[in-house]
Design a protein around this ligand. Structure first.
Ligand SMILES: C[S@@+](CC[C@H](N)C(=O)[O-])C[C@H]1O[C@@H](n2cnc3c(N)ncnc32)[C@H](O)[C@@H]1O
Length: 217
Protein backbone atom coordinates (compact mmCIF):
# COMPACT_ATOMS: atom_id res chain seq x y z
CA UNK A 1 0.00 0.00 0.00
CA UNK A 2 1.56 3.27 -1.14
CA UNK A 3 0.87 6.08 1.32
CA UNK A 4 -0.40 9.35 -0.15
CA UNK A 5 0.06 12.83 1.28
CA UNK A 6 -3.01 13.75 3.34
CA UNK A 7 -4.21 16.73 1.27
CA UNK A 8 -3.57 14.94 -2.05
CA UNK A 9 -5.42 11.85 -0.78
CA UNK A 10 -8.62 13.80 -0.11
CA UNK A 11 -8.33 16.08 -3.16
CA UNK A 12 -8.01 13.00 -5.39
CA UNK A 13 -11.21 11.54 -3.92
CA UNK A 14 -13.34 14.68 -4.05
CA UNK A 15 -15.56 13.29 -6.82
CA UNK A 16 -18.06 11.07 -5.04
CA UNK A 17 -16.68 11.97 -1.59
CA UNK A 18 -19.99 13.18 -0.10
CA UNK A 19 -21.91 10.17 -1.42
CA UNK A 20 -19.23 7.79 -0.12
CA UNK A 21 -19.29 9.33 3.38
CA UNK A 22 -23.07 9.53 3.61
CA UNK A 23 -23.84 6.06 2.26
CA UNK A 24 -20.83 3.82 2.94
CA UNK A 25 -19.76 4.78 6.47
CA UNK A 26 -21.78 2.96 9.11
CA UNK A 27 -24.09 5.31 10.99
CA UNK A 28 -23.39 8.38 8.81
CA UNK A 29 -27.08 9.05 8.19
CA UNK A 30 -27.40 9.51 11.97
CA UNK A 31 -24.03 10.79 13.17
CA UNK A 32 -23.89 13.88 10.93
CA UNK A 33 -27.29 15.24 12.06
CA UNK A 34 -26.61 14.11 15.65
CA UNK A 35 -23.25 15.94 15.73
CA UNK A 36 -24.85 19.06 14.25
CA UNK A 37 -27.65 18.91 16.83
CA UNK A 38 -25.12 19.30 19.68
CA UNK A 39 -23.76 22.61 18.34
CA UNK A 40 -25.06 26.03 19.45
CA UNK A 41 -27.61 27.39 16.97
CA UNK A 42 -27.86 31.07 17.91
CA UNK A 43 -26.65 33.99 15.85
CA UNK A 44 -23.54 35.57 17.42
CA UNK A 45 -22.07 32.17 18.40
CA UNK A 46 -18.68 31.09 16.99
CA UNK A 47 -17.90 27.50 16.04
CA UNK A 48 -14.54 26.05 14.99
CA UNK A 49 -14.58 23.01 12.64
CA UNK A 50 -11.33 21.00 12.55
CA UNK A 51 -10.94 19.13 9.26
CA UNK A 52 -14.22 20.47 7.85
CA UNK A 53 -13.65 18.89 4.41
CA UNK A 54 -16.63 19.54 2.12
CA UNK A 55 -18.74 20.49 5.15
CA UNK A 56 -21.02 17.48 5.63
CA UNK A 57 -21.55 18.23 9.33
CA UNK A 58 -22.28 21.86 8.37
CA UNK A 59 -24.97 20.82 5.87
CA UNK A 60 -26.90 19.26 8.74
CA UNK A 61 -26.10 22.23 10.99
CA UNK A 62 -27.54 24.79 8.55
CA UNK A 63 -30.54 22.58 7.68
CA UNK A 64 -31.40 22.47 11.40
CA UNK A 65 -31.41 26.28 11.53
CA UNK A 66 -27.88 26.93 12.85
CA UNK A 67 -26.89 30.58 12.59
CA UNK A 68 -23.43 30.66 14.22
CA UNK A 69 -20.36 31.96 12.46
CA UNK A 70 -18.16 29.05 11.37
CA UNK A 71 -14.38 28.94 11.12
CA UNK A 72 -13.27 25.87 9.18
CA UNK A 73 -9.75 24.50 8.78
CA UNK A 74 -8.71 21.87 6.27
CA UNK A 75 -5.52 20.81 4.50
CA UNK A 76 -7.20 20.27 1.13
CA UNK A 77 -8.04 23.36 -0.90
CA UNK A 78 -10.22 21.23 -3.19
CA UNK A 79 -12.38 20.09 -0.26
CA UNK A 80 -12.66 23.71 0.93
CA UNK A 81 -13.66 24.95 -2.53
CA UNK A 82 -16.45 22.36 -2.63
CA UNK A 83 -17.59 23.51 0.83
CA UNK A 84 -17.56 27.17 -0.19
CA UNK A 85 -19.70 26.44 -3.25
CA UNK A 86 -22.31 24.68 -1.10
CA UNK A 87 -22.83 27.46 1.42
CA UNK A 88 -22.97 30.69 -0.54
CA UNK A 89 -24.17 33.52 1.72
CA UNK A 90 -23.33 31.77 5.02
CA UNK A 91 -20.89 33.31 7.46
CA UNK A 92 -17.94 30.95 7.07
CA UNK A 93 -14.22 31.71 7.31
CA UNK A 94 -11.97 29.05 5.82
CA UNK A 95 -8.28 28.33 6.29
CA UNK A 96 -6.38 25.95 4.05
CA UNK A 97 -3.81 24.83 6.61
CA UNK A 98 -3.07 22.23 9.24
CA UNK A 99 -5.01 22.63 12.48
CA UNK A 100 -1.76 21.82 14.26
CA UNK A 101 -0.27 25.07 12.89
CA UNK A 102 -3.14 27.59 12.91
CA UNK A 103 -3.40 29.69 16.11
CA UNK A 104 -6.99 29.38 17.39
CA UNK A 105 -6.91 32.42 19.70
CA UNK A 106 -8.00 32.53 23.32
CA UNK A 107 -11.64 32.13 24.50
CA UNK A 108 -12.74 32.86 20.96
CA UNK A 109 -15.15 29.98 20.27
CA UNK A 110 -18.39 28.82 21.89
CA UNK A 111 -17.94 25.32 20.50
CA UNK A 112 -15.63 23.24 18.34
CA UNK A 113 -16.43 20.21 16.21
CA UNK A 114 -14.41 17.64 14.31
CA UNK A 115 -15.80 14.76 12.26
CA UNK A 116 -13.75 11.84 10.88
CA UNK A 117 -10.46 13.77 10.78
CA UNK A 118 -8.45 13.32 13.98
CA UNK A 119 -7.99 9.54 13.75
CA UNK A 120 -4.89 10.08 11.59
CA UNK A 121 -2.60 11.39 14.33
CA UNK A 122 -0.47 10.27 17.25
CA UNK A 123 -1.45 10.92 20.87
CA UNK A 124 1.50 13.31 21.38
CA UNK A 125 0.36 15.41 18.40
CA UNK A 126 -3.24 15.46 19.59
CA UNK A 127 -2.35 16.38 23.16
CA UNK A 128 -0.89 19.75 22.08
CA UNK A 129 -3.80 20.33 19.71
CA UNK A 130 -6.40 19.59 22.40
CA UNK A 131 -4.65 21.90 24.90
CA UNK A 132 -4.67 24.69 22.26
CA UNK A 133 -8.34 23.95 21.59
CA UNK A 134 -9.29 24.04 25.28
CA UNK A 135 -7.72 27.52 25.56
CA UNK A 136 -9.61 28.69 22.47
CA UNK A 137 -13.02 27.82 23.96
CA UNK A 138 -15.08 30.17 26.11
CA UNK A 139 -15.66 29.34 29.79
CA UNK A 140 -18.82 27.43 28.90
CA UNK A 141 -17.42 26.18 25.59
CA UNK A 142 -17.32 22.54 24.51
CA UNK A 143 -15.86 20.21 21.90
CA UNK A 144 -17.89 17.66 19.91
CA UNK A 145 -15.68 14.95 18.44
CA UNK A 146 -17.27 12.44 16.09
CA UNK A 147 -14.59 10.11 14.83
CA UNK A 148 -13.46 6.62 13.99
CA UNK A 149 -12.12 4.68 17.02
CA UNK A 150 -10.10 1.49 17.41
CA UNK A 151 -12.10 -1.52 18.57
CA UNK A 152 -9.37 -2.64 21.03
CA UNK A 153 -5.91 -1.76 22.34
CA UNK A 154 -4.45 -4.51 20.17
CA UNK A 155 -6.05 -2.98 17.10
CA UNK A 156 -4.75 0.47 18.09
CA UNK A 157 -1.18 -0.90 18.47
CA UNK A 158 -1.47 -2.65 15.12
CA UNK A 159 -2.55 0.52 13.24
CA UNK A 160 0.33 2.55 14.70
CA UNK A 161 2.95 -0.11 14.03
CA UNK A 162 1.70 -0.57 10.45
CA UNK A 163 1.80 3.17 9.90
CA UNK A 164 5.42 3.33 11.15
CA UNK A 165 6.42 0.30 9.08
CA UNK A 166 4.94 1.72 5.86
CA UNK A 167 6.56 5.12 6.41
CA UNK A 168 9.92 3.48 7.10
CA UNK A 169 9.73 1.17 4.08
CA UNK A 170 8.67 4.01 1.80
CA UNK A 171 11.30 6.34 3.30
CA UNK A 172 8.75 9.09 3.89
CA UNK A 173 9.45 12.44 5.49
CA UNK A 174 8.42 12.10 9.17
CA UNK A 175 7.25 15.74 9.22
CA UNK A 176 4.75 15.39 6.36
CA UNK A 177 1.19 14.12 6.93
CA UNK A 178 0.35 10.92 5.03
CA UNK A 179 -3.09 9.35 4.94
CA UNK A 180 -3.23 6.25 7.12
CA UNK A 181 -5.87 5.54 9.77
CA UNK A 182 -4.43 5.32 13.30
CA UNK A 183 -7.52 5.52 15.53
CA UNK A 184 -7.20 5.40 19.33
CA UNK A 185 -9.56 3.47 21.54
CA UNK A 186 -12.36 5.58 23.04
CA UNK A 187 -10.74 5.18 26.48
CA UNK A 188 -7.38 6.49 25.24
CA UNK A 189 -9.03 9.43 23.48
CA UNK A 190 -10.94 10.31 26.67
CA UNK A 191 -7.68 10.13 28.69
CA UNK A 192 -5.98 12.43 26.19
CA UNK A 193 -8.79 15.01 26.21
CA UNK A 194 -8.81 14.97 30.00
CA UNK A 195 -5.03 15.34 30.17
CA UNK A 196 -5.27 18.32 27.79
CA UNK A 197 -7.59 20.17 30.18
CA UNK A 198 -11.10 19.11 29.16
CA UNK A 199 -13.43 17.77 31.81
CA UNK A 200 -16.69 15.83 31.84
CA UNK A 201 -15.50 14.00 28.73
CA UNK A 202 -18.39 11.72 27.82
CA UNK A 203 -19.09 9.06 25.23
CA UNK A 204 -22.46 10.14 23.85
CA UNK A 205 -23.25 7.64 21.07
CA UNK A 206 -21.70 4.88 19.01
CA UNK A 207 -22.38 3.68 15.44
CA UNK A 208 -20.01 0.78 14.64
CA UNK A 209 -16.51 2.23 14.92
CA UNK A 210 -17.66 5.85 14.88
CA UNK A 211 -18.42 7.52 18.21
CA UNK A 212 -19.32 10.99 19.43
CA UNK A 213 -17.44 12.33 22.46
CA UNK A 214 -18.58 15.49 24.22
CA UNK A 215 -15.96 17.43 26.24
CA UNK A 216 -16.49 20.52 28.35
CA UNK A 217 -13.75 23.04 28.64
C1 LIG B 1 -12.60 12.09 6.15
S1 LIG B 1 -12.46 13.82 5.89
C2 LIG B 1 -13.75 14.47 6.95
C3 LIG B 1 -14.28 15.79 6.44
C4 LIG B 1 -15.58 16.25 7.09
N1 LIG B 1 -15.39 16.58 8.47
C5 LIG B 1 -16.60 15.13 6.93
O1 LIG B 1 -16.93 14.46 7.93
O2 LIG B 1 -17.03 14.92 5.80
C6 LIG B 1 -11.00 14.29 6.80
C7 LIG B 1 -10.59 15.73 6.50
O3 LIG B 1 -9.59 16.11 7.45
C8 LIG B 1 -8.64 16.92 6.77
N2 LIG B 1 -7.39 16.90 7.52
C9 LIG B 1 -6.61 15.84 7.83
N3 LIG B 1 -5.55 16.23 8.57
C10 LIG B 1 -5.67 17.58 8.75
C11 LIG B 1 -4.88 18.56 9.42
N4 LIG B 1 -3.75 18.25 10.05
N5 LIG B 1 -5.30 19.85 9.39
C12 LIG B 1 -6.46 20.19 8.73
N6 LIG B 1 -7.24 19.28 8.08
C13 LIG B 1 -6.86 18.01 8.08
C14 LIG B 1 -8.54 16.28 5.39
O4 LIG B 1 -7.97 17.14 4.43
C15 LIG B 1 -9.99 15.91 5.11
O5 LIG B 1 -10.67 16.91 4.41
Amino acid sequence: MKLEKMDAFFSARLDGYDKHMRTEIEGAEEFYPYTASLLPKEEGMNILDLGCGTGLELEDYFVSGGKAKIVGIDLSQDMLTALKNKFVGKEIELYCASYFDVPFGIRRFDAAVSVESLHHFKPAQKLGLYAKLASALSDVGYFVLTDYFAESENAERFYFSESERLKREQQLDPNTFYHYDTPLTVDHEIELLTQAGFFEVRLMKRWGNTCTLFSRR
